[in-house]
Design a protein around this ligand. Structure first.
Ligand code: AHR
Length: 502
């Protein structure tokens, strides 16, 4: 067996960048039970006056989600935003083609903006560039962001929303590179419509930020040419390019599965290079940042989804029940974002409630936390500040698809204002714990606050409404002596080591 010991140097002067808190964003799509039966269930004992579940709101607040993407996803590519505003009794029921359900439109833009306020999040709104285009998008932003005195802004006011929502972040369509997307486009077709739609939207509200679609995954045959062409055509009006990626452990090979954030890292690096190549080509001073606005583990529910009959309202689609190893990979993916804090400025765990989500609900019943809830919560709550570059020495392994996989993944965030440092670590070793010594050279007066860990002997352990088999616990054995923090990272574990100036 390899020498199972790791070492790290952490210095406040080795800085990557300030973490943009929007990397802890999430996503609610009109899909399955995300909206209906998820965030919204009038008649539920926990429903508020608008029908939003307060138990779900509390869990979202625990995650401190700063921004939520809405309303899709694939769904947005055939969505008429007008269907979801105005008196509820007048709203049409539609065939929702992306997921083949019935959309009642009981919840739409205004209700979602209200819900986002309740959870303390911004809205990241997507426009339909599948079946629609410039006209619907410019009307939509006039409706949401213009104060009043025009047709669409006054329509919003007549709907009971005197003040504009001032939505600052907009996605120009969704996964337009994918053949499954309604209104799928070649890179050239997409780049042109993104440029012209973005131009019109910024004429209505120049303060917005725009996200263009990149590739639906690093495995797409058009990656990274799709990004290059889109950026070449639409650079002037763009602020972000989006990345999407889901992973699964279909062949039940945990060592290989836990290494998949290396693919994510490579994906991010390639998109950064592509953005900077176009920047150079255009002699531009502006850099395009990355919005990793769909990411997660997604595969457990694939078979069940094939068995769902079409055209029902809010069927249980994409309801992955996450296990312990999924939580470990989610932790490593979050660490990967922190390692790229200089360019990954926004991200969205897909999704937030019921649909491939950290939060699950029972219809008319309880709400509960999946395994992946915990690394997401820990990084969101403790990972705000400056992302530091840990100098890490760790043994490595090879797996089916990867070579030189570090057994330990790490990121550290220094919150200067609160005088706190948090170190996030994953030990991927399947058999052995990993002692680690962390040289805290520039944090002389800091004391150990706590070492939180997520451990379980069973990689396949799952949480349910009745039992939290995977939940954080405290590791009391870690100690800080003479500026060196010594900890033992349990085999296959997620670790959060918190320090504060005394
Ligand atoms: O998040 C689930 C789906 O995954 C989204 O609708 C789509 O954008 C992606 O393919």
């Amino acid at each position: 067996m390899a020498n199972v010991k790791a070492k790290m140097i952490l210095d406040k002067n080795y800085q990557i960048a300030k973490v943009d808190e929007r990397i802890y964003g999430s996503f609610i799509e009109h899909l399955g039970r995300a909206v209906y039966g998820g965030i919204y269930e009038p008649g539920h004992p926990e429903a508020d006056e608008q029908g939003f579940r307060k138990d779900v709101i509390d869990l979202v607040k625990e995650l401190q989600v700063p921004i939520v993407r809405y309303p899709g996803g694939n769904m947005v590519s055939a969505y008429n935003w007008e269907d979801g505003v105005g008196p509820k009794e007048d709203r049409p029921r539609r065939l929702e083609l992306a997921w083949r359900t019935i959309e009642t439109n009981e919840v739409g833009t205004n209700e979602f903006a209200d819900w986002a306020k309740k959870v303390g999040a911004e809205v990241m709104m997507a426009v339909n560039l599948g079946t629609r285009g410039i006209d619907a998008a410019r009307n939509f932003i006039e409706y949401t962001n213009h104060p009043g005195g025009t047709y669409w802004s006054d329509l919003r006011r007549s709907h009971g929303y005197e003040q504009p929502h001032n939505i600052k972040t907009w996605c120009l369509g969704n996964e337009m590179d994918g053949s499954w997307q309604i209104g799928h486009k070649t890179a050239h077709e997409y780049g042109r419509i993104a440029q012209e739609t973005g131009k019109a939207m910024k004429l209505v509200d120049p303060t917005i930020e725009l996200v263009a679609c990149g590739s639906s995954s690093s495995g797409m045959p058009t990656f990274p040419e799709y990004e290059a062409t889109t950026l070449d055509l639409a650079y002037d009006h763009l602020d972000f390019i989006s990345l999407h990626q889901y992973y699964g452990n279909r062949s039940n090979d945990p060592a290989n599965f836990l290494a998949k954030n290396l693919d994510m890292d490579h994906f991010i690096k390639t998109v950064i290079s592509t953005c900077d190549y176009i920047k150079a080509k255009k002699r531009s001073k502006k850099s395009i940042n990355l919005s990793f606005d769909e990411w997660n583990v997604w595969y457990h529910s694939n078979q069940a989804d094939r068995e769902i009959e079409p055209w029902s309202i809010a069927p249980p689609q994409l309801e992955d029940h996450y296990n312990f190893e999924d939580a470990l990979l989610v932790g490593s993916m979050l660490i990967t974002f922190l390692q790229h804090a200089d360019r990954v400025k926004m991200a969205a765990m897909a999704q937030l409630v019921n649909v491939i989500a950290p939060i699950m609900t029972e219809n008319n019943g309880r709400a509960w936390k999946q395994t992946i809830f915990y690394p997401y919560m820990h990084t969101s709550v403790f990972g705000r500040g400056i992302s530091l570059k840990p100098i890490l020495t760790t043994p490595k392994y090879d797996s089916k698809d990867f070579t030189d996989v570090p057994y330990v993944d790490s990121a550290a965030v220094y919150n200067e204002e609160n005088e706190e440092v948090t170190i996030f670590l994953v030990n991927k070793h399947l058999e052995s714990s990993m002692p680690i010594d962390i040289d805290l050279r520039s944090f002389e007066d800091y004391k150990l606050v706590e070492h939180i860990e997520l451990v379980n002997d069973d990689l396949k352990a799952v949480n349910t409404a009745d039992h939290q088999a995977v939940a954080p616990q405290s590791n009391k054995d870690s100690k800080l002596d003479n500026g060196v923090l010594s900890a033992n990272l349990a085999k296959t574990s997620w670790n959060v080591i918190r320090l504060k100036k005394s």
